[in-house]
Ligand binder design. Sequence first.
Ligand code: EPZ
Length: 431
Amino acid sequence: MATIKIRGGQRLTGTVRVDSAKNGVLPVIAASLLASTGETVIEDVPVLTDVDHFADLVRSLGARAEHQPNGRLRLCAEQLTTSTAPYELGRKMRASIWIAGALLARTGHFRVPLPGGCNIGERPVDQHIKGFEALGATVVIEHGYVEGYVKGRLKGARVYLDICSVGATINTMLAATLAEGTTIIDNAAKEPEVVDLANYLHTMGAQIWGAGTDTIRIEGVTSLHGADHTVIPDRIEAGTYMIAAAITRGDVFVEGAIFNHLSSLCAKLREAGVEVEDNITGIRVRAKDPLRAVDLKTLPHPGFPTDLQAQMLTFLSTVEGVSIVTETVFENRFLYIPELRRMGVDVKTEGRTAVVEGVAQLSGAEVAATDLRAGAALVLAGLVGDGDTIIRDVDHLDRGYGDLVGKLRSLGAHISRSDDETSALHLVQAN
Ligand code: EPZ
């Protein structure tokens, strides 16, 4: 397992450019399966293990997926050979359920490993199934797989999602593009990645209105074709660098960050006393003490993103006063807190609420990442911890942060990575 080592105490300064959104690229790859003719080229695809696994997944269905120079991913799904996803590939990533809607619409059948719970919550898929059934599919869960089929075409319908779920909105949208007639999704997720997917589907020939609002309307068409697309910048990666600037009391321009996608984070950083300046090409974040404690609650977009909760809590642990952080999206997203406590963070949790009291200094420690964003929080703590921090299980970070170490180093952080644990430990002793 790889490790990251950080010597804390450097104020970050300079410019960092964000990649295309991981959570935007994956649904676009899934949507490319809808195209019975032509190729899709996705530009500026980030180098992430989740993207590689997803490309392997569509290849296993008979589609072509070729990584090309300059971050291009070329996809062609003209000839699919199966609508069953192999367990080994499907289980690596919860997002593999997103191929279900596209396969159902295109082939009338899907069989995908039922995702299990994970380190942030149970994460059922009942709302995905609700969407498919509303469109006329029969769905069964058997032998660890979720399987759906329909005779002929799916039929457009009105679907109310009980939970404002990103994944269920995406899957229902994908299925509805080739259904007969009109589909309306009520209580749809409004995340920017849903809007980006709708834009891509539109260029493939789909007819979709209202993405980014609570109600999405889709008029089904009989076929879709491949199309080129550049995915929006990664708002969670951008937000993580913005918080890195704030926690180190630095001055960083996050190139590519879009204010409208990050308005809740910008608002909370400003409430804390951080200077946030947005312009057309990115967002500049400048921070110096004294800063103020703030309360926040995670919510579906445009509320505060759950994927920045751990990073923001870590920042608040360095600000004088008491902050209250409430997680409402996932039921188990405080698992990283015991690791943060080992670095001196003063935090108490009660159910989905964490009470954080700012401390004057965090301390470096040996810790382990429990998931992707938890790993990012530990990196942030390491940037300001006294002495050395060694983070284990950083493979989680490779799922969502391209060249994290290189980017932080370019901002002045003392950070290195080792894919061999013993040499990372040796590095610390040598320093
Ligand atoms: C997406 O997950 C993202 N994943 C998550 O990113 C992100 O945290 C989440 O949306 C919320 O923004 C990808 O894009 C690959 P949901 P998703 O369906 O679609 C419940 C990251 O770190 N629910 O919006 O799985 C669910 O349990 C990650 O990059 C049901 O009850 O999230 C959760 O409590 C992790 N039934 C809530 O809804 C369902 O059928 C929101 O989940 C579906 C969801």
